[in-house]
Write a protein of this length. Structure first.
Length: 431
């Protein structure tokens, strides 16, 4: 989802089984986000737990106006990792979960293992609402629908047109797209020319590029049968070597840990020229690069297409008002509301009707040189041809990989080989 994001380089590894420790309950349950009734008038309070930016700040008050007697609490975690940990704890304790819990795409498979902890959201009202791959990821073998899709993250390339001009490269977004059309080799080759001309890094972070690369691999770390193949899949080591050779040996990376304070501050200077950007990233760039002119969006992505991010709304079975929660989740994920969320925070809709709407086609972003972002990202969504299989250990394995890349690119404590050995050891502990 979106501005989410999502999956940080410093995520803490936790065990795959749900934590069974106590979490909230009793008199504290309302503060922890569980739904409640006010005893006197029978009014209902529903809680919606999200992370990062879902674009719900204006939608939730709108729902309250449309539904007198319902109050909606927004429980917003500071990071996706903390949201995941809180949900694991509350499900394990059968207490303390919000009435609606957002689940990020990279860890949805983990929660598919516990269908009894969630309400089946199957309904004729929402049938056919989403792109098929979005629904398939949360449809269980018995037909249970675990979640309602919110956003998705089709990727493009955001770039500093002023720095491109300094390097003698084209600046028009369509010309930039033509320049970068091709695979990762092309992206790195253009970057090498840029760095030679300007002595400015080409992109922000090797870890950020890894997200783009790994999301183009059909079975990166696990098989549907549950086998961990992260060390046996030759694509993993090949991509690892490719991104670190370009980043460190060729000097194309700025060596910034994504989401770090240094990364945030770098947007105010000429620290790098490009970055991979799903729609939810636009708001983050604009927030960090306030008063910096030159940002634009090119309708292109190395390797053809890729999706980074997206989320679902689930309804935990422990809630007191599951039917009302289902209704709110259905409303929030309707095409009309998802268009509003996109206009608010850049959360790109996953609903088929929304993707064909005039409102989306007319959307543009003033900060990015009036880029027609609705049209650009709709086209990039069509370019996505691979939906990676992400098993229950995906989050932990990818965190170990992110740590391995960071040791070389950001911390500079290891070379590629020694850091790979540590990755091998971390994966071995999961087997």
């Amino acid at each position: 989802m979106q501005i989410r994001r999502r999956t940080t380089l410093l995520a803490a590894t936790v065990t795959s089984a749900l934590v069974l420790g106590a979490c909230g309950g009793g008199e504290d349950e309302d503060e922890d986000g569980a739904g409640s009734s006010d005893g006197e008038g029978g009014d209902i309070t529903l809680s919606v737990a999200t992370f990062n930016e879902f674009g719900y700040e204006e939608l939730l008050p709108e729902y309250e106006e449309l539904n007198p007697g319902i109050t909606v609490q927004h429980v917003k975690a500071d990071t996706a990792d903390n949201a995941r940990a809180a949900l694991r704890n509350s499900l394990g304790a059968d207490s303390g979960a919000s009435d609606i819990e957002a689940v990020e795409v990279d860890w949805v498979t983990e929660f598919r293992q516990y269908p009894d902890k969630f309400v089946d959201l199957t309904s004729e009202e929402v049938e056919g609402r989403w792109l098929p791959w979005k629904t398939e990821a949360v449809t269980l073998e018995d037909g249970m629908l675990l979640g309602y899709g919110t956003d998705m993250g089709p990727q493009a390339v955001c770039y500093r047109a002023d720095l491109f001009e300094q390097a003698g490269l084209p600046t028009d977004r369509d010309e930039v797209a033509a320049l970068l059309e091709g695979g990762w080799d092309t992206y790195f080759e253009v970057g090498a020319d840029f760095v030679a001309a300007t002595d400015i890094p080409w992109y922000d972070s090797a870890g950020a590029l890894w997200q783009g690369m790994i999301n183009q691999v059909e079975q990166p770390y696990e098989t549907p049968e549950g086998e961990i193949v992260a060390l046996d899949n030759p694509q993993i080591r090949e991509l690892y070597d490719q991104v670190l050779t370009a980043s460190v040996d060729q000097g194309l990376s700025a060596g910034l840990g994504q989401w770090s304070a240094d990364w945030n501050a770098a947007f105010q200077g000429d620290e790098f020229a490009t970055m991979l950007c799903p729609p939810w990233m636009l708001g983050i760039i604009e927030g960090n690069a306030a008063d910096v002119d030159g940002w634009d969006v090119a309708p292109v992505f190395p390797g053809g297409g890729g999706n980074w991010g997206g989320a679902y709304l689930t309804v935990p079975a422990q809630g007191e008002h599951v039917e009302e929660a289902k209704a709110l989740a259905a409303w929030l994920t309707a095409p009309e509301q998802q268009i509003k969320a996109f206009e608010s925070k850049g959360t790109f809709p996953s609903q088929a009707e929304a993707l064909e709407s005039e409102e989306l086609a007319a959307s543009s972003n003033a900060f990015f040189n009036e880029a027609p972002t609705g049209t650009i990202f709709a086209g990039q969504a069509d370019a996505v041809t691979v939906t990676p299989f992400k098993g229950p250990r995906y989050f932990e394995i990818n965190t170990a990989m992110a740590d391995a890349i960071s040791r070389v690119d950001v911390d500079q404590t290891d070379d590629a080989d020694s850091s790979w050995d540590k990755f091998v050891a971390a994966v071995g502990e999961l087997r």
